[in-house]
Write a new protein. Structure first.
Length: 279
């Protein structure tokens, strides 16, 4: 059975669209739990299958905030790899968001930190918005996750508008409606929530209750996000699938969040000039 026909078969089992999604309260809770951490590392691993070719894709996103100094600092670093080759690097050093195209040898710089003794009112929000503008493809989903976790609005927005998520029944193994190689085994301590966008896309949130010390109740935590998508390109099908795993509370090395030096990008071409942010 082809990817498309398999997905179409599952479409008949999808819940009715347009109704309130009661699971969004749970998603909001786990995103808020991630937001309680000053640092977060996101790891995306997957592949793109097109014809007989399988191309590995990897993206990482590091995030750090601090309010201990005279001015708050929000920093990030995103790296995108295709088949083991870095394609893009995005760095927020606390004041400027740098976006580097490692293939075209071009870069852009957008100021988000302001120029005065205090930060702009929307300092962190500006950084998240600039990151959203600078990302495409699978890295856009990392930016989406980071934005919904650390946005000042603090509101979860559906990852598949118009489709209600399904809380998969416990102790009943379920195959992904798009990815025939991915299955889920929900239990009382391992929950899976499916967005069934058949015949094109599926997104699954895996949430696990983590035990606390001192007899406190468990905290629901985001364990993984699974993504699968099929695109018909002429007579061929492109199949994209990946998994994102969050690692909160990570201690980063001092080398991270540092933009390239002038000598490292000598001969590169700027594509967007700096955009000053006023206080």
């Amino acid at each position: 059975m082809t990817f498309l026909s398999l997905a179409f078969a599952f479409a008949l089992q999808a819940p009715t669209a347009g109704q309130p999604d009661v699971n969004e309260t749970t998603f909001q809770t786990v995103f808020s739990q991630l937001a309680s951490n000053e640092t977060l590392f996101l790891q995306l691993n997957g592949a793109v299958n097109y014809g007989s070719k399988i191309t590995p894709i990897i993206s990482t996103l590091a995030w750090s905030t601090s309010t201990s100094g005279a001015k708050p600092i929000a920093q990030l670093e995103l790296q995108e790899f295709t088949n083991g080759v870095m394609m893009k690097r995005i760095v927020g050093d606390g004041d400027t968001l740098w976006s580097y195209d490692m293939v075209a040898h071009t870069y852009s710089a957008t100021s988000y930190g302001g120029s005065g003794s205090t930060r702009p009112t929307d300092y962190q929000q500006d950084l998240l918005s600039d990151l959203n503008w600078a990302t495409t493809g699978q890295t856009a989903y990392l930016a989406k996750l980071l934005r919904q976790v650390y946005s000042t609005t603090g509101t979860f927005i559906s990852w598949m508008p118009g489709v209600r998520s399904q809380n998969l029944p416990q102790n009943v193994p379920v195959n992904d409606p798009i990815n025939p190689y991915q299955s889920y085994s929900p239990t009382a301590n391992d929950w899976f929530y499916l967005y069934n966008g058949s015949p094109k896309r599926s997104i699954v949130f895996e949430i696990v209750p983590q035990a606390q010390s001192s007899g406190l109740p468990p905290i629901d935590t985001l364990q993984n996000i699974f993504f699968s998508q099929v695109d018909q390109l002429g007579a061929s099908v492109r199949f994209t699938h990946w998994q994102v795993t969050p690692y909160p509370g990570v201690t980063f090395s001092t080398e991270i969040f540092q933009p390239f030096s002038g000598s490292q990008i000598q001969g590169w071409h700027p594509v967007v000039g700096p955009k000053p942010v006023s206080n």
